[in-house]
Write a protein that binds this ligand. Structure first.
Ligand code: SF4
Ligand code: SF4
Length: 153
């Protein structure tokens, strides 16, 4: 009887012993911010001065999540007057980011976008370009080495 319990105890302790020295996988969010993958598709940043108001992103968006209002400048060129993305409809497919001919719309590494109010899920990127947010590398070539270092591959 003793040997039966002793064996089980030793087995259990050996498992504990192995696990206790493993790398800790628990992330202490929200006290510690998680390590977001480099190609994360969270929020958006928009460089309105680069935008040529071509509307390609709007046409590409499969869920009609982008609102673009354009106007003519003093040189009769199209410029944006309003640019909004509704995160409530956005599928994070990346088609807008990939198709922009002047590379002015970017994904950011933001991830806390949950909200209680529907209207708060609409990003007014014309008035808040969100340029200070950390950018994702989505749509840009990334060294496989970097991904490996981040533990993604
Ligand atoms: S990432 Fe969102 S906004 Fe961009 S094309 Fe896809 S659904 Fe539309
Ligand atoms: S595709 Fe790029 S340049 Fe064209 S309207 Fe969209 S954000 Fe602006």
């Amino acid at each position: 009887m003793f040997s039966f319990w002793g064996k089980g105890l030793l087995k259990g302790l050996s498992v504990t012993g192995k696990v206790i020295f493993r790398k800790n996988l628990t992330e202490e969010y929200p006290l510690v911010k998680p390590n977001i993958p480099s190609q994360w598709r969270g929020g958006f940043a928009y460089e309105k001065d680069k935008c040529i108001a071509c509307g390609i992103c709007v046409l590409e968006c499969p869920n009609d999540a982008i609102l673009l209002v354009k106007e003519k400048d003093e040189n009769n060129k199209n410029v944006p007057k309003e640019y909004k993305i509704n995160l409530g409809y956005c599928l994070s497919c990346g088609l807008c980011v990939e198709s922009c001919p002047v590379n002015c719309i970017h994904f950011t590494k933001e991830f806390e976008s949950a909200t209680y109010l529907k209207k708060e899920s609409v990003l007014d990127l014309f008035n808040n370009q969100n340029l200070e947010a950390e950018r994702s590398t989505y749509g840009k070539p990334v060294e496989k080495k970097e991904e490996k270092e981040e533990g993604i591959l």
